[in-house]
Ligand binder design. Sequence first.
Ligand code: SF4
Ligand code: SF4
Ligand code: SF4
Length: 359
Amino acid sequence: MLKTLFTSHKRGFLSLATRTRSGTWRSGFQTIAETWRSGFQVDRSQQNTKQQAGQLNGSPLGSMVSSLVGPREPAPPPQPVMGFFTDTSLCIGCKACEVACKQWNQLPAKEPFWTGSSYDNTGHLSAIAWRHVQFIEEIGQTRPALPLIDIQAAKSNGTIPMTPPGTALPFFNTDRWLMRSDVCKHCAHAPCHEACPTGAIIRTEFDTVYVQQDICNGCGYCVVACPFGVIARDEQETHTARKCTLCYDRMKDGLEPACAKSCPTDSIQYGEVEELKQHARERLGLLHERGLNEARLYGVDDNILDGGLHAFFLLLDEPEVYNLPSNPPRPSNNVVPASLWSIAAALLLSLFGFLFLKK
Ligand code: SF4
Ligand code: SF4
Ligand code: SF4
């Protein structure tokens, strides 16, 4: 209990020396209050939060905190774990999801520019691009591993009508465009969440990862911790870390996220994570039956980041082809070994110092 309270206070006071993006200085107690009310309450990674909060309520420390920050809002009722299944075999690269995300979240556009190397001119996820439709254009490459599909036979046996024209399915073995709508993975154990020193990054009642803009102090620890290059600091306006919210505002009202709603091919599917995973496995089986042996799932099992991803993908090639790490490291796994090495180095230096002074 004391540890929890100390952690909460420590996060609050760490923000004491920082300035908010609105230009005003926050008091430590203001920040503690917000951390306490929102982040601390709904952090699902600490499954015993409710129990801890209950213990604090009855304790002298709990009374002291309550007198400082006022009565706590009740925790939101538990909800099913929600996420995305993105089936890249259905993506046609229309970018409706990108536009819908910008529109719903009122994210600014940037001046269009022509990269010269791709039809993709968004480039990458950023503080103002929370969805990015990646184009992987492989022209004139020979891939003997890909099956040659007899289009006439496929038409007659009904295989082609099952997939909309223009999909990324490799009908030819020389040219292909792979398309993938990239987004925050809402990792089950999110490195950005683990790295955030102020408690600005929380898990919502839907187990999604959410950045509280009024608490983020723009330190950027989350930016370097994310192994997927998703979260970014807005250098132009807010100077806070920003990323996909999984449309938390829409979810609370029972609405589908804007990007999934706008996807014309259902490449982006939204729902309860366990149901989506089951559907992803069935879809993979179907593609394997049709000869797409290189199709695979990414982030469905627990191998990635010790718990899997809540926004996972069906890919048509190896993850590296899509610029995804096949086995991303979880930075917090380095804490214990790095600490032990530091202690060992300190002991060694002390020993040398002792021997030197002894002479
Ligand atoms: S993908 Fe990156 S930004 Fe998104 S939850 Fe995982 S670590 Fe955080
Ligand atoms: S869930 Fe909402 S915030 Fe996230 S990418 Fe889709 S539209 Fe954007
Ligand atoms: S994911 Fe859907 S909306 Fe986005 S580009 Fe692909 S087909 Fe279009």
